[in-house]
Design a protein around this ligand. Structure first.
Ligand code: 5GP
Ligand code: ZN
Length: 123
């Protein structure tokens, strides 16, 4: 897509701090982090919003979701369990869709926020 910021990042026309790349996905650090760990996972192929997802996109959506815990682990924010099973730490995954959903960049992306309660005050 011409003039799409995240397509340009995927094409390496605009620099980003890339933390993961494969044939279908790219993950990079958010330029304006809202948490100690703030990553964005995108499909390399342009999809504007979650509402534009087609049945053939479900595999790449699944891969985006499955990448989140892998990146969380690599950035030290995995869910940990105490010896008695009590969960500790963790992260938040978020997809904003459309203006009412707070979407600013119209190339599908999943936020991964980690660190101590970065979502305090968020919904
Ligand atoms: P949205 O509100 O669309 O869900 O989130 C867009 C996110 O993209 C924001 O958190 C914003 O900080 C991030 N962002 C906007 N422009 C750039 C950029 O050029 N590079 C990177 N790495 N992140 C960006
Ligand atoms: Zn795009």
């Amino acid at each position: 897509m011409d003039n799409c910021l995240f397509c340009k990042i995927a094409a390496q026309q605009i620099p980003a701090t890339v933390v993961y790349e494969d044939d279908e996905l790219l993950a990079f650090k958010d330029i304006n982090p809202a948490a100690p760990v703030h990553l964005l996972i995108i499909p390399k192929r342009h999809i504007s919003t979650l509402s534009d997802v087609q049945p053939e996109d479900t595999v790449v959506l699944g891969k985006m979701l499955a990448l989140a815990p892998q990146l969380a682990a690599e950035h030290g924010v995995s869910v940990q369990h105490d010896a008695d099973g009590t969960p500790r730490r963790g992260y938040k995954t978020l997809i904003n869709s459309g203006p009412d959903g707070g979407q600013v960049v119209y190339h599908l992306h999943m936020h991964v926020y980690g660190g101590p309660r970065p979502w305090k005050g968020m919904h």
